[in-house]
Design a binder for this molecule. Structure first.
Ligand SMILES: [Zn+2]
Length: 301
């Protein structure tokens, strides 16, 4: 979706990576399992460590001092900046997504929304869930309630995974991660943390719910406002929806498996098929409330 050129971006909702990566990041067994299941959108190949206690993040593989976190967001002031710069687009999207949930969550399910920061980094940085890097991709960490995104991931989304280059393809990624934050606030996130995989697993249901919540936001995105009361985004177009669907398809487990190994193994799915991811985005988009997103009430995912 395109931002209104004059809208103000609120950079206080994001932060740079901070202190960088230090050796010795240790994740306990339980936490390790959680991380395996809630990491953002993709990651199948990188986090196949499997059993409880497997630590997918080997600090030894991270270059000390490799942190080049972005901390200066002064180039991101307006919607016009968000339209031309991926990092500024992340900021504008975070602003819009949080503005939406701040109003919608109390109205729809009588729960208060709590803001969550996005850490925008390049290279790698430390999260409470382990090291964030371009090997992990975007993710939400429930331990520190932050979203981690490497802005260069959006190049990969197009070049490696095959999403189109549209803005809503990128915005969908941000909105999906905030879907996990909403799940966390609603106490649902743990349902996806039983360590199981497969098309009907709790983990896949949690991911599809986050896709649905991204769709709910997309439905209302053009009504969200900046601090001055000006709308952040222009009305959604058919092209925008196509871009979101292209991203949802690109990060489907079957698509990723097919393109990386030539084979599809449903039993190892962690995020759902391309078709399911599109379907649940559209369910949220067409339905327009979080009540449309109960992926635990059906086996027809
Ligand atoms: Zn996810």
């Amino acid at each position: 979706m395109t931002f209104n050129e004059g809208a103000d971006l609120d950079t206080s909702q994001v932060t740079g990576g901070g202190g960088g990566v230090r050796g010795g990041a240790v994740i306990g067994g339980g936490a390790g399992t959680i991380i395996l299941l809630i990491l953002g959108l993709i990651f199948g190949g990188d986090i196949t460590g499997g059993g409880t206690g497997a630590n997918p993040f080997d600090p030894g593989q991270v270059q000390a001092g490799g942190d080049t976190s972005t901390t200066d967001f002064s180039q991101c002031k307006t919607g016009a900046d968000a339209n031309r710069d991926d990092t500024c687009r992340i900021i504008g999207t975070v602003n819009s997504v949080q503005a939406y949930w701040r109003d919608a969550l109390p109205a729809d399910v009588q729960r208060q929304y709590q803001d969550a920061k996005t850490v925008i980094y390049s290279g790698s940085t430390q999260s409470a869930c382990g090291v964030a890097s371009n090997a992990t991709g975007p993710f939400y960490c429930p331990s520190d309630q932050r979203v981690y995104i490497d802005a260069s991931f959006f190049d990969e989304l197009t070049s490696r995974f095959g999403a189109d280059g549209g803005a809503l393809a990128q915005e969908y990624v941000v909105a999906h991660e905030y879907g996990h934050h909403v799940e966390n606030l609603l106490g649902i996130l743990a349902k996806g943390q039983d360590g199981k995989t497969g098309p009907l697993s709790g983990g896949v249901r949690i991911e599809l719910m986050a896709d649905c919540m991204a769709g709910v936001w997309a439905n209302h995105a053009a009504t969200t406002k900046d601090a001055n009361g000006d709308t952040l985004l222009k009305p959604i177009t058919d092209e925008d929806v196509k871009s979101a669907l292209s991203a949802a398809a690109a990060v489907g487990d079957d698509h990723i498996q097919e393109s990386s190994t030539g084979r599809v193994n449903q039993e190892s799915w962690t995020h759902g098929s391309s078709e399911s991811r599109q379907k649940w985005f559209l369910a949220g988009y067409n339905g327009g409330t979080v009540n449309q997103c109960d992926t635990f009430s059906t086996d027809d995912l």
